[in-house]
Design a protein around this ligand. Structure first.
Ligand SMILES: Cc1cc2nc3c(=O)[nH]c(=O)nc-3n(C[C@H](O)[C@H](O)[C@H](O)COP(=O)(O)O)c2cc1C
Ligand code: SF4
Length: 362
């Protein structure tokens, strides 16, 4: 029997299998950030397709944290009703669903977020071509409060948990990174200080939502940047947040500025699958909570080996589930052993994610 189709607990929640839909921004909200029918249909298909745990695309916790057009918002109570539609549709199936809560930090543009992008320190971003404004100490309290309110809204909307986005150079990731966080106060310097915002968010969400409301994190394991966050930092952060009650850690990496982000194109062959899994395995050795492995996992046998060999407890997929939201069901039914996704990255479609390869075939 495949270990991939056995249940696993994430805090108080039982996930029916080991397949996770890794957070995927879908460009399907309306211009205000409200959930649309297209969003609901997307999540219905993923749940019908038997994905064990579905993590939504990143929802911004403050208007200043908007990263992208047609991004789902969670910065105000008015979004709860729409978000509840996602939880409700998923719960018609055995799948569980977590809302990913995020702030873009300096990886946005003024015209998107309506203000000068913010960052722990004023460090120029050559990709967004933004010189961000350094957050004042009082604003950091408001940022933490915004994440906590977002967690409470997720619970109110019926989500089974939240994932705090601390990867890919977004704001919480940029607090963890010594490249973007050069602060001299209690929020910068040693890794314990750089992790303080994340810790405060975790404590706050737990206190607002109850200890048994699962909170997981998507954690950068490396920035791939000279002077940036390295795996040893990430291991240290993982231990710190485990001590604070985190319920699971999804291990990612990359930062646009490094020229090496999180969504690698042109993967060929099984030996290139799971490009962040070795980092996940290192983090898994340091903690006891479930660890999610990801990065280019395409083949059922590769996924099986990752979990069976104890390098991760769950496997996360993004692009293969854009290609085919029913992939997990197809795996289970023995209809296929490999995703047809060719990692071309043409699914980033501002009119709504879709597989360009599939459209071409039709
Ligand atoms: C269209 C698209 C949107 C994404 N949006 C998010 C996001 O909102 N939050 C996040 O943490 N990662 C996001 N990612 C990264 C994925 O979650 C995942 O970590 C990455 O694509 C590697 O997995 P894969 O090879 O299975 O696609 C996105 C990826 C894609 C392709
Ligand atoms: S466009 Fe299709 S084949 Fe290309 S990466 Fe996206 S899902 Fe995979």
């Amino acid at each position: 029997m495949s270990i991939l189709f056995t249940p696993v607990r994430i805090g108080s929640v039982t996930v029916p299998n080991r397949f996770v839909r890794s957070a995927t921004h879908d460009f399907m909200a309306d211009d205000e950030g409200n959930v649309t029918d297209a969003n609901v249909e997307l999540y219905r298909r993923l749940a019908e397709g038997e994905v064990g745990l579905i993590i939504t695309g990143h929802a911004h916790v403050q208007p200043s944290g908007k990263a992208s057009p047609r991004q789902t918002a969670v910065f105000d109570d008015r979004f709860v009703e729409g978000l509840a539609r996602i939880a409700e549709i998923v719960h018609r199936f055995p799948s569980r669903v977590f809302l990913q809560i995020a702030h873009a930090g300096r990886q946005t543009k003024e015209k998107l977020c309506g203000c000068a992008p913010v960052s722990p320190s004023a460090v120029y971003d050559p990709v967004s071509k933004v010189m961000p404004r350094e957050l004042a100490a009082e604003e950091i309290g408001a940022l933490i409060a915004a994440f906590i309110s977002a967690g409470a809204r997720a619970k109110k909307a019926g989500f089974d948990g939240v994932q705090v986005h601390a990867a890919h150079g977004y704001l919480l990731s940029s607090f963890l990174s010594p490249h973007t966080n050069r602060r001299q106060d209690e929020w910068g310097g040693p890794v314990e200080n750089r992790a303080r915002v994340l810790v405060e968010v975790l404590r706050g969400v737990k206190s607002a939502c109850g200890r048994d409301f699962p909170v997981i994190v998507k954690l950068n394991s490396t920035d791939f940047l000279e002077g940036g966050l390295v795996l040893e930092d990430a291991i240290r952060v993982a231990r710190i947040i485990e001590g604070e009650g985190i319920d699971g850690i999804e291990v990612s990496g990359g930062m646009a500025e490094a020229g090496r982000g999180s969504v690698w194109a042109g993967l060929r062959g099984e030996d290139e699958e799971g490009y962040f899994v070795e980092n996940a395995a290192r983090i898994k050795q340091a903690v006891h909570v479930p660890v999610f492995g990801l990065g280019g996992i395409r083949t059922l046998a590769v996924a099986e080996r990752i979990v069976r060999e104890g390098r991760a407890d769950l496997v996360s997929l993004s692009r293969p589930l854009i290609r085919d939201p029913f992939l997990v069901k197809h795996f289970r039914d023995g209809l296929t052993g490999k995703s047809e996704c060719i990692s071309c990255n043409k699914c980033f479609n501002p009119r709504g994610i879709r597989c360009a390869e599939l459209t071409k075939k039709r």
